[in-house]
Design a protein around this ligand. Structure first.
Ligand SMILES: [Zn+2]
Length: 109
């Protein structure tokens, strides 16, 4: 038994998804359940956002982030400053931040 395709439909969650081809480097999928086609958005570069959030929320310093991503400190700094958070997220209401300490706790250098 081989797991060929674990992609599930973004519309109905069905696993009856077949690959339809590629379009500008993005793989197109077609769901045989709901007859909807959709594309994989894996290519979307979320890295600046992730780094930015780690920097802000976890108070990680450039040095640690650079080590995490095996990059130089200027590269990290570049990514953080390149990322502009959506303006509507600046709500005055307090935000509860749930940090899973286990995620980083496991990793020991
Ligand atoms: Zn579907």
């Amino acid at each position: 038994m081989t797991v060929k395709n674990t992609k599930s439909c973004i519309n109905c969650g069905s696993k009856s998804v077949i690959k339809k081809g590629k379009q500008r480097g993005i793989i197109r999928y077609f769901c045989t359940e709901c007859k909807q086609s959709f594309s994989s958005k894996r290519r979307l570069n979320k890295l600046p956002e992730i780094i930015f959030k780690k920097y802000i929320l976890r108070r990680q310093v450039f040095k640690h982030l650079a080590q995490d991503y095996n990059r130089s400190i200027p590269w990290i700094r570049d990514k953080i400053f390149a990322y502009e958070p959506p303006e509507q997220t600046y709500n005055p209401r307090p935000v509860v931040i749930v940090c899973d300490a286990t995620f980083y706790g496991k990793k020991k250098g």
